[in-house]
Design a protein around this ligand. Structure first.
Ligand code: DMJ
Length: 615
């Protein structure tokens, strides 16, 4: 045995050193063996576990159809031809131009549900609408809402019926809106007066409103054969692809200056309010054009890479995976400080990621002529290549799908945690400490030798099975009622409700629909059913369905509105989620941001550049 030549004076110091070494080893093992600190939960409520027969799903789809009829009949009775129903006072209100937005937004839902009588009556409103005239907003028509609700509704109904009246009306509407593109860079202004052709001169442009016409205008160009509609799309894509995105590292910032064509706050990025659908349309435009529009594929990959590496976080105790936005940068954090708010609007993201994982060859992008790691090359993206390198150790398709599942689960829990079973508009996540998903996920991937060792330990501990990546393991609801609060019971949800209203929005059930269709996992259906039951229980009135003021109580105060997207999107996605057959397969149809389905078509580069289209 080797004995160290230490004097008795040094022995206590050596002992301390040995103990400290051992303690650090134990601490290191603890940290590395338990990345996802939430309680693992392998069970689901009965509804999620027990197999539900096919006829029962059909019955559930019929229940949604009945809900649609209740909402639409209430609108017809009390509000038509005004835009939307006030379902408490049973009156109509004009929110978007006064042409009957609920009718236009509902057309394709009626066609899907085979509601012939309602559809026939709706066509009369479509015929009568005067697109050059509105008594609202001094005669100004908002471009974004008019495009996604009216134009999208007309185009989808045209795609489903081939009725040329609908296409003609769609062209008339797009022509009335066209002066919005007369800004210095051809980006759409907020609104236009179709009679005078004057457009809103506000310099500030919001990303969602600048880029969410691609899908509608591209399909309109294809259906009408007219190049002028596609020219608007092409100009937008040219603009996006000459913009310097080094500061926001490949993701488009939220606010723009329409005069200069530059971002107003280059560090502020979001997937939620004011930004969402422009990001969404990168993938959808690529799919709509039969996977030929490569520039949009590149934008989708740049955007999702930034989201996966920078905007995803895990909450401290439950390990909820969420996406947040960034506010103003600081010296220490030049990329912008995360707000840690999580919006209902952002719950479209998991569905989009699932759709991308399902339709794109994410692990073989070379096959479509794309070098993933070179997406950060060039002066416009300078310094972003480390983002792509950071993900190179992952199975990219699996990573996108995990992010989708984890975020969708959090969306679900923000519903299931509430006493009324419906999710709030916005929550603020706890951040002590906030964990970057990217960092936790990287630790999860075996990279170094020492990591391989912990991986081997984990396999041994779990009988060979590797634990799920952080944020994805099943988690139970953590209800917290007003009574719990009064009794001093701790809030174990890992978030505070920030904006407590429930606005009948679609994003969560939209993602459940896309996850169900792309993964076949029935839990998305059963969760969707729980949400539908809560909608029926908490929001149904004699006239229709209401928004709620506060999800923390049941029953709760009602808001007097029924937005048209409830009929266009929420009820459509729920209906499709429960329908056993698939009337709109995802390889042949693309859903616009307002859930209006338009068919995929092949488009060669020449065609896209205008060949075969009428000037
Ligand atoms: C809808 O009008 C659209 O989905 C839009 O893109 C975002 N918000 C609403 C629904 O929440």
């Amino acid at each position: 045995m080797i004995s160290l030549p230490l004097s008795p004076r040094h022995r206590p110091a050596l002992r301390i050193l040995v103990y400290a070494g051992l303690a650090s080893l134990v601490l290191w093992l603890l940290l590395h063996l338990s990345f996802d600190k939430s309680t693992p939960w392998t069970g689901f409520p009965d509804a999620e576990r027990s197999p539900i027969p096919s006829e029962e799903w059909e019955t559930r789809a019929e229940r949604v159809k009945e809900a649609f009829l209740h909402a639409y009949h209430g609108y017809e009775k009390y509000a038509m031809p005004k835009d939307e129903l006030r379902p408490v006072s049973n009156k109509g209100m004009n929110s978007y131009n006064g042409w009957g937005v609920t009718v236009f937004d509902s057309l394709d839902t009626m066609l899907l549900m085979e509601l012939k009588e309602e559809y026939t009556r709706a066509l009369e409103v479509v015929k009568a609408a005067n697109f050059t005239m509105t008594r609202q907003n001094r005669g100004f028509v908002p471009f974004f809402e008019t495009t996604i609700r009216y134009l999208g509704g007309l185009l989808s109904a045209y795609a489903l019926t081939n009725d040329t009246l609908l296409l003609r009306r769609a062209e008339e509407l797009a022509d009335a809106l066209d002066p919005v593109f007369e800004t210095p860079h051809g980006l759409p202004a907020f609104s236009v007066n179709p009679i005078s052709g004057e457009y809103d001169k506000n310099d500030v442009g919001i990303l969602a409103e600048l880029g969410s016409f691609q899908v509608e205008y591209t399909y309109l160009a294809k259906a009408s054969g007219k190049k002028k509609y596609y020219d608007r799309v092409k100009n937008l894509n040219d603009f996006f692809h000459r913009t310097n995105l080094t500061v926001s590292r490949g993701m488009l910032p939220t606010r723009w200056n329409l005069q200069t064509g530059l971002p107003r706050d280059p560090n502020k990025v979001s997937v939620g309010a004011q930004a969402d659908s422009t990001h969404e349309y990168f993938l959808k435009q690529y799919l709509l054009t039969g996977k030929t529009d490569k520039r949009n594929l590149e934008s989708y990959l740049r955007t999702t890479t930034y989201i996966l590496t920078n905007l995803l976080y895990l909450t401290p105790r439950r390990g909820l995976l969420y996406v947040t936005d960034t506010t103003f940068p600081t010296y220490d954090d030049p990329a912008g400080v995360p707000s840690h708010t999580f919006e209902h609007l952002s719950c479209f993201l998991p569905g989009l990621l699932a759709l991308g994982a399902h339709t794109l060859p994410l692990n073989n992008l070379e096959g479509v002529g794309l070098d993933y790691t070179s997406l950060g090359d060039g002066p416009l993206y300078n310094g972003t290549s480390q983002l792509y390198k950071a993900l190179k150790d992952f199975d990219l398709k699996q990573l996108h799908l995990w992010a989708a599942e984890g975020i969708a689960q959090t969306c679900w829990l923000t519903y299931a945690d509430q006493p009324c079973g419906l999710g709030p508009e916005e929550v603020l996540m706890l951040t002590e400490p906030a964990r970057h998903w990217d960092a936790a996920a990287k630790k999860w991937v075996p990279q170094s030798r020492s990591y391989l060792w912990t991986d081997a330990m984990r396999k041994w501990k779990k009988g060979g099975a590797r634990g799920p990546i952080p944020g994805v393991s099943p988690k139970r609801p953590a209800p917290w009622t007003e009574e719990d609060r009064a009794a001093g019971k701790p809030n174990e949800r890992d978030y505070h409700v920030w904006k407590a209203g429930y606005l009948l929005r679609p994003e969560t059930v939209e993602s459940f629909y896309l996850l169900w269709r792309t993964t076949g996992d029935v839990k998305w259906r059963t969760r969707g059913w729980a949400i539908f039951e809560a909608v029926e229980r908490e929001t149904r009135t004699n006239g229709g369905y209401v928004t709620l003021k506060n999800v923390a109580t049941s029953p709760t105060m009602k808001g007097d509105s029924m937005p048209s997207f409830f009929l266009a999107e929420t009820l459509k996605y729920l209906y499709l989620l429960f329908k056993e057959d698939d009337p709109l397969p995802l390889d042949r149809w693309v859903f616009s941001t307002e859930a209006h389905a338009v068919p995929v078509f092949e488009w060669t580069d020449e065609e896209r550049e205008g060949e075969g289209l009428i000037e």
